[in-house]
Design a protein around this ligand. Structure first.
Ligand code: NAI
Length: 397
């Protein structure tokens, strides 16, 4: 079929297999251009099909020839209906990994469930024995708790007071004022249940109990802090409470992995265009302004550049030490949070409106990245070509 991008709100209803493959191959080429490191050997990535998780899987495989198992939740294609991008990304990743002689298998299912944890452990036991790195990179709006059966929904709300600020419709470039009502009873608990550390902890408990964690195992989950302009809706909002909980969980994990000298870390990453971040009000406008500033300073990064720095300059340094901030967190948002960058954000934020956005912000860069997430907007891909949407993932369990 000939696949065009069809949008509903901030979601693309279609994805392009060839474009998704291009996206994966570009990331692989980037990692290979950085040379090999003494990195992980057997890796589990939970949330492996898009965004930071996909880049982590690519970095693991192509920086140090790691065997990788990926867990994700994606829709497979049907005749005349494309799969979600993570499906095509994974098909392309498996193909490239297998061509390079690397082990790659994946499980498509609900990572919050006991069944998927059991299935993953069986696969590790059968094929890898023990794993030495677990990346936890889930971004989900909902979690059904495996013990209580309760379905929790996360919300992106300020706490205490209504919050108003500018936001952009990135399809039209129109900036408007958005007001977000404060959280109500249960919102914080539900958001923490979905995006906090409990499920990460449960994964580590299950893996440890099954004795599939290697000596010196490392596990990393991703967090975000961000600037003053997004604070009420992000770090001091309901999602921020979940991130506080996730960050606390890293210490609990390090404690429970003491006997095998294991470590739990949170890495604070940069704001980037992903399916998850485009759904948060205010953040897309912040990202368009941030992109412009960071590109002009030559310090812009996408997911793969971020994860490359995480692996090469933080987790697998030649000295063996992992640099962290005073709260024990790895910081690869260091360039985003640089004082000169944030000072410019403050100045430009006051000036940005629909008329000035084209000068002040990098809306083009934002929309290009957004299209790329779904496999559109790559100059190497012929979008008039008839392509097969029924792509299979070789190595899907
Ligand atoms: P994403 O939406 O690109 O990826 C989410 C992944 O989780 C996908 O692989 C998806 O299949 C998987 N997933 C979702 N629900 C699942 C379920 N029930 N079972 C199995 N897999 C499931 O998200 P992104 O942006 O890469 O986020 C990953 C982490 O990075 C999140 O914790 C996010 O808060 C954090 N982060 C994101 C930043 C951003 O600007 N995008 C900045 C800093 C941190």
């Amino acid at each position: 079929m000939i696949i065009k991008q069809r949008m509903r709100g901030f979601i693309s209803l279609t994805a392009h297999p060839k474009g998704c493959e291009r996206n994966v191959l570009n990331q692989i080429e980037y990692i290979k251009s950085k040379g090999e490191i003494e990195g992980p050997k057997n890796v589990l990535v939970i949330g492996a099909s898009t965004g930071f998780g996909l880049s982590s899987r690519i970095a693991s495989a192509f920086s140090s020839n790691a065997a990788t198992i990926g867990v994700f939740f994606e829709k497979e294609p049907q005749e005349g209906k494309t799969a979600t991008p993570g499906w095509y990304n994974t098909a392309a990743f498996h193909k490239a990994a297998h061509a390079a002689g690397l082990y790659a298998k994946s499980i498509n299912g609900d990572a919050f469930s006991n069944e998927v944890k059991v299935k993953t452990i069986e696969l590790i036991k059968a094929d890898l024995g023990k794993i030495d790195l677990i990346i936890y990179s889930l971004a989900s709006p909902v979690r059904t708790h495996p013990e209580t059966g309760i379905t929790h929904r996360s919300v992106l709300k300020p706490i205490g007071n209504q919050y108003s600020n500018k936001t952009v419709d990135f399809h039209t470039g129109i900036i408007s004022e958005v007001s977000i009502e404060p959280s109500v009873d249960g919102d914080i608990e539900n958001t923490v249940a979905v995006m906090g550390g409990e499920d990460w902890n449960m994964w580590i408990d299950a893996l440890q109990a099954a004795d599939v964690l290697a000596e010196n195992v490392v596990t990393v989950a991703y967090s975000y802090i961000g600037p003053a302009v997004t604070e009420p809706v992000y770090r001091k909002g309901t999602i921020g409470k979940a991130k506080d909980d996730l960050e606390k969980t890293a210490f609990d994990i390090t404690e429970k992995l003491k006997s095998i000298n294991g470590k739990g870390y949170v890495s604070v990453n940069k704001a980037l265009v992903t399916q998850a971040s485009s759904a948060i009000p205010i953040i897309p406008l912040y990202i368009t302004v941030l992109y412009k500033i960071m590109k002009s300073k030559g310090i812009h990064e996408g997911c793969i550049e971020q994860i490359q720095r995480l692996y090469y300059d933080r987790l697998y340094t030649t000295s063996g030490s992992v640099p962290t901030d005073s709260a024990g967190r790895i910081r690869i948002d260091d360039w985003e949070m640089r004082e000169d960058v944030q000072q410019e954000i403050l100045n430009l934020w006051k000036q940005v409106d629909t008329d000035t956005l084209h000068n002040i912000g990098d809306l083009k860069g934002y929309t290009k990245d957004f299209k790329n997430l779904f496999g559109f907007g790559f100059k190497e891909v012929d979008y008039h070509e008839d392509v097969n949407e029924m792509v299979e993932i070789d190595g899907l369990i």
